[in-house]
Design a protein around this ligand. Structure first.
Ligand SMILES: [Zn+2]
Length: 436
């Protein structure tokens, strides 16, 4: 036997039932870790304390830890970079590195984002968003589903294998990254640092589906300037808030064109309206008695896979310039577009990819039926691995409700099942070897 295969154990020798029992034994451990993570409000810019916990978790698993700051200047030169919203000070990525004794299997990246989206009005929540509550088999709290449960799932899957005296027989990288929700620069920084593998799995809360496509997403600000005036003669002014809504009408024609069934990307041919334009934030004017001079809208565009982000942003700019030039309702106003946040291209994965087959086999062991394939209508960090990291990537994670909404929750049964699927998949994909 070659030295590299010393101590190799097949998944059959270890036993699938033994792996499932080991996962079941860790269920309460997992719920505790999830509650601990939800309790830390890792909103954009405040990810540091949650990353401290992830560093401890990775060390407790016996992993080497690579905690590194995001070098924004270097990252700007990287394809896939999105203009940041805030500084990266105190917001590192944390990677737990498993190095096998010998490599007989295929390497794997397990990636999750630690950042969570804003809570919305807290008084609408049944319980405060960062005080986790378990009710009717679900854990409630901001980030519970998106995607702290996914992080818990890959941690517990790895721990379950170790509890049986075995470990993956290939390098495995457990990544906890910042800023997935508005740029994806956290995962991109992992790619830029050289992390790649034979497969990457991101346990986003997509209800046990296997992601095979995701759309592109661009975020930008539309800034409209009008002319101030006293409201005794509104005709003397140009109302920037009303003008911004008029520009928005023109931008909606882009959305309609991209969603037209003719020429729609094949992965989305059964979707009624995959590419959505959302006004997420608006600011403008000063008070009720002046015609407002300025209005700023934050916009998010979805667009088809296969299109370069810079072409789409140029199309948006052209549409705004054209509207300002030709629409009489906009005469005299100025409008400009500032691109900040996601400049994220869409991507696809071969539905027959061996990683998907292996995940599907693990899924069938637990659920008895094949995992549905998903063409997702948002973006995820999978694009960074697929497009820029030479690493095939998919999402497979638990069932969650009201992510990005009020009273977000995740099913704890579903979390246990995803943990089991990931443990079986890791054993199969990476192979197993004795720890000592
Ligand atoms: Zn997410």
């Amino acid at each position: 036997m070659p030295a590299s295969e010393k101590g190799v154990r097949s998944i059959e020798a270890v036993g699938r039932d033994a792996i499932l029992d080991a996962v079941a034994m860790l269920r309460e451990d997992g719920v505790r870790l999830l509650a601990d993570l939800v309790r830390i409000p890792s909103l954009l810019g405040q990810e540091g304390p949650a990353q401290d916990l992830m560093e401890r978790v990775f060390r407790d698993l016996g992993l080497e830890v690579d905690r590194f700051a995001i070098d924004e200047e270097a990252l700007k030169k990287q394809p896939g970079w999105s203009p940041s919203l805030i500084s990266y000070e105190g917001r590192e990525n944390v990677v737990g590195i498993h190095k096998p004794h010998g490599t007989s299997g295929r390497s794997l990246i397990l990636n999750g984002h630690i950042d969570v989206v804003p809570t919305g009005p807290e008084e609408l929540w049944s319980a405060p968003p960062f005080e986790p509550v378990v009710r009717d088999g679900r854990l409630y709290g901001r980030g519970a589903g998106d995607m702290k449960a996914g992080i818990v799932a890959y941690v517990m899957a790895f721990k379950a294998l170790k509890s049986l005296g075995v470990q993956p027989a290939a390098p495995v990288y457990l990544q906890s990254v910042v800023e997935e929700e508005c740029t994806g620069n956290g995962a991109l920084a992992c790619v830029a640092r050289g992390y790649k593998a034979d497969a990457a799995v991101i346990p986003e809360p997509f209800n046990h589906t296997l992601q095979i496509a995701q759309i592109g997403v661009i975020r930008c600000e539309l800034e409209v300037t009008g002319r101030p005036a006293h409201v005794l003669d509104t005709g003397a002014g140009l109302n920037a808030i009303e003008a911004a809504f008029q520009v928005l009408k023109h931008l909606k024609t882009l959305e309609s064109a991209w969603n037209h069934p003719d020429g729609r990307h094949p992965a989305y041919e059964h979707h009624h309206h995959p590419y959505n334009l959302n006004v997420g934030h608006i600011e403008g004017g000063e008070w009720a008695s002046s015609v407002p001079t300025r209005c700023r809208m934050e916009l998010r565009f979805g667009f088809p896979p296969g299109r370069a982000a810079f072409n789409v942003s140029a199309e948006i700019e052209r549409a705004v310039a054209e509207a300002a030039r030709t629409d009489p309702a906009l005469a005299g106003i100025t409008a400009r577009v500032i691109f900040r946040g996601f400049q994220a291209e869409g991507c696809t994965l071969d539905p027959e990819h061996p990683m998907l087959e292996a995940l599907d086999a693990a899924h069938r062991t637990i659920f008895g039926t094949p995992a549905p394939r998903l063409a997702q209508t948002c973006t995820t960090d999978a694009r960074n691995f697929i497009l820029y990291g030479d690493t095939p990537a998919t999402c497979y994670g638990p069932e969650a409700e009201r992510i990005h909404g009020i009273d977000e929750s995740v099913s704890l049964d579903s979390l246990a099942k995803v943990t089991a699927v990931l443990a079986l998949f890791m054993a199969d994909w990476c192979g197993l070897e004795e720890i000592s």
